[in-house]
Design a protein around this ligand. Structure first.
Ligand code: HEC
Ligand code: HEC
Length: 340
């Protein structure tokens, strides 16, 4: 058999194979979305007792945990602002001085591999030491706090109930705070109903399904690679092009983002992808709160992306920086984001 014949013989098979493979990929993507959208998130189940969660909630909202008695965790992590504080850089701490980074939301904490925008804290209990002691946040002496809570007729029984001991230690305070914070969930929104209806053919004729679907499709192509379903974050670190190459080493390299922690040039200016759930309630946006609205965020992704050595490759296409979106796609995407 000559070459030409075997080519003719295998040529249709080859394209048949390519076609099936593409179909398979398409189906796989569709199933992946359906699974991500409809399944409840598989988060590790917490073993914390209800008593610890209850105690942690009391502590989270208690201003006595600060040195001047005026600042609670909830002063900056406000439930009606998606557990953020509505300020670009918070000055709500005991000193009234501006912090260096924007207050993030506190959803799905148990799924995070590390805490803070740069992942500088490895676990949730130890994370809380930072705001409790920081002179511009709560400025509290932890030994004093333990004594005060030990002597409190209100708290002592709660600690005893939660940890089975009369002898209070710092770790109990930190563990209770972590137990409560792991129960924090986004407020239910249009999105929650929408995703339930999306794959239900009985009701997916409803207007809401159709109006959000267009935005979801844009999102799935351009944003979902980092803002992964179902949590709307991949819990990883990326440079989404906010700044050109970072030179400043000020404030112990705070502007290096993840690079400050790993001390690698390849991690410079990378930050943890934030979830987008309840995003309409948590303005302003980004690690330094530089964008006041979702319109500004989209303007950044479409026309504002800056080049630097660590810029994520998803945000560069054939040397063109940013994501190309038509005005209609932007309007659809905004509608979807506001429903989250
Ligand atoms: C004065 C405002 C302020 C107060 C008070 C405050 N926080 Fe924060 N919180 C912030 C800021 C700002 C960040 C981000 C800091 C960073 O990433 O460098 C943050 C980050 C966090 C994170 C990490 C979230 C993530 O996505 O990685 C957790 C958890 C947290 N705070 C819990 C607490 C707890 C618990 C308390 C009380 C003990 C508290 N915060 C008090 C402003 C505050
Ligand atoms: C390459 C990964 C990546 C892609 C693609 C991406 N993002 Fe982001 N996004 C991030 C990271 C990382 C941050 C945090 C950056 C920072 O603060 O420095 C972020 C922040 C945001 C914020 C601010 C959230 C907050 O709580 O402050 C919004 C809103 C947002 N992105 C929306 C989108 C939309 C919409 C798209 C698609 C058009 C998109 N992102 C595409 C990685 C990405």
């Amino acid at each position: 058999m000559n070459k030409n014949n075997s080519f003719r013989r295998y040529y249709p098979k080859f394209w048949g194979f390519v076609l099936s493979f593409c179909l398979f990929l398409g189906l796989f993507r569709a199933f992946y979305w359906q699974a991500s959208l409809t399944n409840n998130t598989k988060l590790t189940k917490s073993n914390d007792s209800l008593a610890q969660i209850f105690l942690g909630k009391e502590l989270f909202f208690d201003k006595k945990l600060s040195t001047n008695g005026k600042v609670a965790c909830a002063t900056c992590h406000q439930p009606d602002k998606a557990f953020a504080d509505g300020l670009p850089l918070s000055n709500l701490g005991v000193s009234g001085k501006k912090l260096l980074r924007h207050t993030p939301t506190l959803f799905y904490l148990e799924a995070m591999p590390a805490y803070f925008w740069d992942g500088g804290a490895k676990d949730l209990p130890s994370q809380a030491v930072a705001p409790l002691r920081h002179p511009d946040e709560m400025g509290k002496d932890l030994k004093l706090l333990v004594q005060e809570l030990q002597n409190s007729p209100h708290y002592l029984p709660l600690f005893k109930n939660a940890f089975g001991t009369d002898s209070l230690q710092t770790i109990h305070i930190l563990q209770a705070l972590a137990a409560y914070q792991q129960t924090i969930r986004p407020k239910k929104t249009v999105y929650d109903d929408w995703k339930m209806n999306l794959f239900n053919s009985q009701i997916n004729k409803k207007l809401e399904v159709d109006t959000l679907l267009a935005g979801f499709k844009v999102f799935a192509v351009h944003c979902e690679p980092c803002h992964r379903l179902p949590l709307f974050t991949d819990n990883n670190f990326h440079n989404n092009g906010l700044d050109a190459e970072i030179q400043s080493t000020a404030h112990e390299q705070v502007y290096w983002g993840r690079g400050r922690i790993t001390q690698k040039n390849t991690d410079k200016a990378k930050y943890k992808t934030p979830t987008l759930r309840n995003i309409a309630y948590s303005a302003p946006y980004m690690h330094d709160g530089r964008f006041g609205s979702l319109e500004e965020v989209l303007k950044h992704y479409t026309t504002g992306v800056q080049f630097s050595s660590t810029l994520d490759t998803l945000l560069v296409k054939n040397t063109q920086r940013g994501i190309v979106l038509s005005p209609k796609e932007q309007a659809d995407l905004l509608r979807f984001l506001r429903a989250l």
